[in-house]
Design a protein around this ligand. Structure first.
Ligand code: ATP
Ligand code: MG
Length: 442
């Protein structure tokens, strides 16, 4: 590759011809190619952009394929029958091919400091709250977050267009924010979480200036809507790098912004149990993801919030509540306090409570009671959770082993239970009303 040195704002891009880069159409989704070719045939620009170009350059399989174009969303809708326009803050076209969605975005205009035409709106913290002005491909490139996310694969000649020195950073394994880091973090504090997520996912190091202001600006995440934080949390902890992300988030004081109660319990801990429980929980989650097994946010939340819940429950018990009451109330309180930071849908908070409540029943063993616990739909998750507590030293290994053996001895009964209830359920339910079974499985 030619190296043209650092390219600041308003300059010619570096164009890397097809012969000088490894991105091949063979690795691009057929549907994305269809969209790109249709745009081109209709006289528009069509580029693959963002994570897909970055991942293809690194020899990784992209999660999804995003397209950037000079066609406006309404133009895109005219070109594709299977197209929906979405978004308010960012108006986008989604072109649907069965389960695959190709996101098509019109080039955005760049944000100028002191912009007074009202098209971009920045609040008192410098945060962008409205951003719907179209611009050139250069504008579009420069408003992206990291240099490695600002590369365009041009369907016209299969070259890569680089306005920001992204190719050089890909080669060096460096994650660098475009522009002045503090300004860019103020515009959108979620970029701090993205820095961590990409650094761990790609094994990149964060460039010093990009890194420098994170700890200071971390509190700005307090203004991010709880639902968006929840989405980011899922990306951080459900994509196979949960342990690395947990550690790096703590390192930059970002974890506290996501789970303040947990962070506090880790700072004030008297022993290593809580940290070990989380570390083990994250490592297990990563192993499950690597093995293609399902993971659920309910389990992750149960792990993160356990120490705050346990601590609160102990206090309530000392005030006279029974263990079950105390755990129930502590669970409700901690869930409510966490919800102020991060929105957690009920389909996750309910199973999370069940995982906690089942711990009390798992701590006792023997007799008919054990069979009932075994038959509980959340048994498997609660048992996995018990094993984590065992590994952290919070309950005895003997108790964990007892449940492991008990299950081995009783598999038949469980099978029978399941087959017994199935036909009845079928008769009662209408087939097309099937619940979303995959939602909260562990
Ligand atoms: P992933 O593999 O996680 O999908 P990605 O880079 O594709 O990584 P997306 O969240 O899908 O990440 O975003 C697509 C692209 O949009 C990014 O590569 C980046 O260019 C741009 N982008 C996304 N979020 C931001 C942001 N908060 N600020 C600036 N640019 C952003
Ligand atoms: Mg993406």
């Amino acid at each position: 590759m030619t190296s043209a040195g650092h390219i600041p704002i308003h300059s010619e891009p570096e164009i890397i011809p097809r012969s000088d880069h490894p991105v091949s159409r063979a690795n691009i989704s057929k549907n994305a190619l269809k969209v790109l070719y249709r745009l081109k045939e209709s006289g528009y620009q069509g580029h693959l952009v963002g994570g897909s170009v970055r991942d293809l350059l690194l020899g990784r399989e992209p999660k999804d394929f995003d397209v950037a174009t000079d066609a406006h969303p309404e133009d895109v809708r005219r070109l594709f029958r299977n197209c929906r326009l979405i978004g308010r803050r960012f108006r986008l076209a989604h072109v649907m091919f069965g389960r695959e969605i190709i996101e098509v975005a019109t080039f955005r205009g760049r944000q100028e400091p002191g912009d007074s035409n009202g098209a971009h709106h920045v609040d008192e913290d410098g945060r962008i709250v409205r951003d719907n002005v179209y611009g050139s491909i250069e504008d579009d490139a420069l408003r992206r977050d990291f240099t490695v996310n600002a590369l365009y694969y041009n369907i016209d000649d299969f070259s890569i267009i680089d306005y920001a020195g992204g190719m050089r950073d890909i080669e060096a394994g460096v994650l660098r924010l475009l522009g002045d880091p503090e300004t860019r973090y103020r515009e959108d504090p979620v970029r701090m979480l993205r820095a961590v997520r990409f650094a761990t996912k790609l094994g990149f190091r964060i460039e010093p200036e990009t890194e420098q202001s994170i700890s200071t600006l971390a509190p700005l995440l307090g203004d991010i809507p709880p639902a968006r934080l929840f989405d980011e949390m899922l990306k951080l902890f459900m994509s196979g790098s949960a342990l690395d992300n947990f550690e790096m988030l703590r390192h930059y004081d970002l974890f506290r912004q996501l789970f303040p109660l947990t962070d506090e319990s880790l700072t004030h801990q008297e022993n290593e149990f809580p940290l070990t429980l989380i570390n083990r929980g994250m490592a297990n989650t990563d192993e499950r993801v690597a093995a293609g097994k399902p993971v659920t946010p309910a389990f992750l939340f149960a792990v993160f919030l356990w120490e705050p819940v346990r601590y609160r429950a102990a206090r309530l018990e000392s005030e006279g509540q029974t263990p079950a009451q105390a755990l129930q109330h502590a669970g409700s309180q901690i869930i409510a306090e966490q919800a102020a930071v991060m929105a957690t849908p009920r389909r996750f908070s309910l199973p999370m409570r069940e995982i906690w409540m089942l711990q009390l029943r798992l701590e006792r063993k023997g007799g008919r009671r054990s069979q009932r616990v075994l038959d509980h739909p959340r048994f498997r998750a609660a048992y996995d959770f018990l094993l984590l507590r065992g590994a952290a030293g919070e309950v005895s290994q003997e108790l964990c082993d007892w449940w492991t053996e008990y299950q081995d001895k009783h598999p038949q009964k469980r099978e029978q239970e399941i087959t017994k209830t199935r036909p009845r359920k079928r008769r009662r339910r209408r087939p097309r009303r099937r619940a979303n079974a995959g939602d909260d499985q562990v």
